[in-house]
Design a protein around this ligand. Structure first.
Ligand SMILES: [Zn+2]
Length: 407
């Protein structure tokens, strides 16, 4: 399977300016197309769209200073976004038309492997112009990788985080492991604990997530309110914005790190070969509704784990380590008693399940995990219904990591 390895890049000030210029131009081209499509124009497909590049270059001569392959990649990305859109329409899901990329986000630049040079830890990224293409405004970029690049990579994506650090993500093939072992672990993805698992022997796993949200949110609130007292655009205002970006990036990094560790633990360290989780799509709606109703009170109740990202990580790690990931409907799994099947309301603050019928007293999440396991085992009857998870597209995963908090 394809996976991507992200390596920090050390870039000179001038080369950073070149990268910023190129990503700005690519984003401009992308957004220009998105706006036209939003106004009802038909998407001609990437091959046809690519032919309009010459006309676009005549309109904006600065596009000539952007490396051509990067511009071609813009059409490719649009094509993928439109494809995904039509696929959602076909399946009757919420369509979600491709959106304009905001200016505070770095537009990921994708280089095919053949057009860049990696020698040891040095990487050379070409820019536009030169030779028969006319004068070069920006010299080629020479950056230093902080780690050695993996072998046999196909594409390299250049991105930037909220702190202004640059990264190169190498997409490369990795051999999947095969798993001889057996066993099932059912996981309840929760609010107090990231995941509570149970296997067929009745052994429970409690896997914690990142717990510093409250502290970070408080710091971010403070910064925001301080900034609200400054004049927009003033030096202090800009300074506070920078600090805000840095703190929120730090929070994101810590959260990602925790999710990586937890998903690695489940997909690699646990002996069970099948992982069962509940379908999050219904739950997410409920939490969103709650969140809009009462923003501050819920901060205390909800841990913002980033469960969606967690499931994506779990999906590709399970694939990588040869485990099977199953997703099933988790409706009522927290309300149902795992011993007698009685259903009773379980508001979020109730951490212990006390059954009114049979008197079972159990941790709320453990009870749900048992229910998920039982439901899965019941399904494994004569009519096996296995729902597989499509491995997350490498590049949507990269972009997800770079969605910035806009303030
Ligand atoms: Zn009961």
């Amino acid at each position: 399977m394809l996976i991507s390895k992200k390596i920090r890049l050390e870039v000179s000030e001038q080369d950073a300016a070149t990268l910023e210029f190129m990503q700005g131009k690519c984003r401009g081209l992308y957004n220009w197309w998105v706006m036209r499509l939003r106004n009802g124009e038909k998407w001609p497909g990437w091959e046809e769209a690519k032919k309009t590049l010459q006309a676009s270059k005549e309109y904006d001569p600065e596009l000539c200073f952007v490396y051509g392959k990067l511009l071609h990649e813009v059409y490719f990305r649009l094509h993928k976004a439109m494809d995904a859109f039509f696929e959602r329409v076909k399946q009757g899901q919420k369509p979600g038309f491709p959106r304009v990329r905001p200016r505070h986000c770095f537009f990921t630049l994708i280089y095919p492997a053949t057009y860049l040079k990696v020698e040891g830890k040095s990487i050379r990224l070409p820019t536009g112009g030169g030779g028969r293409h006319g004068p070069k405004r920006y010299p080629d970029i020479t950056a230093t990788l902080t780690e050695a690049a993996p072998n046999g990579y196909k594409e390299v994506a250049i991105s930037r985080d909220g702190q202004g650090h640059y990264y190169a993500s190498f997409v490369h093939e990795v051999k999947e492991e095969t798993h001889e072992q057996q066993g099932i672990v059912a996981l309840d993805l929760g609010i107090k604990t990231l995941a509570v698992g149970v296997n067929e022997q009745g052994h429970f796993y409690h896997i914690g997530g990142f717990t510093g949200h409250q502290w970070y949110n408080k710091q971010l609130d403070k910064l925001r309110s301080k900034r609200a007292h400054c004049k927009k655009g003033s030096r202090r205002y800009k300074h506070l914005s920078r600090v805000y970006k840095r703190v929120s990036q730090k929070k994101r990094n810590k959260q990602h790190d925790c999710l990586h560790k937890a998903s690695h633990l489940i997909a690699h360290t646990l002996v069970e070969s099948t992982v069962v989780i509940g379908d999050l799509s219904q739950r997410q709606m409920v939490t969103k509704e709650h969140a809009t109703r009462n923003k501050h009170r819920n901060r205390a109740v909800y841990n913002d784990w980033g469960l969606y990202t967690f499931v994506q990580m779990l999906a590709y790690k399970c694939l990588l380590y040869g485990k099977e990931l199953m997703v099933l409907d988790e409706r009522d799994t927290s309300k149902m008693c795992s011993r007698c099947g009685n259903k009773q309301p379980m508001p979020l603050w109730k951490r212990t399940y006390r059954c009114r019928e049979c008197g079972l007293i159990m941790d709320r999440d453990e009870n749900s995990a048992v229910n998920i396991l039982m439901r899965f085992l019941a399904r494994l009857g004569p009519h096996t219904e296995r729902i597989s998870v499509r491995c997350a597209d490498v590049f949507t995963a990269i972009d997800d990591m770079f969605t910035y908090e806009h303030i």
